[in-house]
Write a protein that binds this ligand. Structure first.
Ligand SMILES: [Zn+2]
Length: 151
């Protein structure tokens, strides 16, 4: 039983017991009633504390998921603005290419870094996130020339 259901059940049991109090005729029955009632109230308090912990955990989870959703929506909006050139992704006005693997498979815009390696007249680019490497013949991409960046 989850803590919230447990707290409600304990309070319900205490309420039902309280209805029977007036029917009690002798002092011993009333004292036993008070002890039983105290026990039910302690159960309800304990269950309420557990429910509060669960509630706090759920609030934190909702906050984390809302932040994740917001970040995902920001990334998707960023990717929607990108252009594609020679298999790489670019943002207007940004001369550095984005990793095609991360953009296409993870929906994650991650810049590539030029490694400085020139292999058979091809520059090597590396993604810091997925560690993929890519080679590009020209030093400049057509997209960069169209955007007037990357001189
Ligand atoms: Zn990548």
């Amino acid at each position: 039983m989850d803590p919230i259901t447990m707290a409600i059940a304990s309070l319900g049991a205490a309420r039902d017991m309280a209805k029977g109090y007036l029917a009690l005729k002798d002092e011993i029955s009333r004292q036993q009633f008070a002890i039983d009632m105290q026990s039910k109230i302690l159960d309800a308090q304990s269950a309420a504390l557990d429910a509060q912990v669960v509630h706090q955990d759920l609030l934190r989870k909702v906050e984390r998921l809302e932040a994740e959703l917001s970040s995902t929506l920001d990334r998707k909006a960023m990717i929607a603005r990108m252009g594609r050139d020679a298999g790489f992704y670019f943002l207007p006005g940004d001369p550095d290419p984005y990793c095609p693997r991360c953009v296409e498979t993870e929906q994650k815009p991650v810049h590539l870094s030029k490694t400085g390696m020139l292999i058979v007249a091809r520059h090597e680019w590396r993604c810091a996130a997925c560690k993929s490497t890519f080679r590009q013949e020209a030093n400049r991409f057509k997209f960069q020339q169209d955007q007037g960046a990357g001189t």
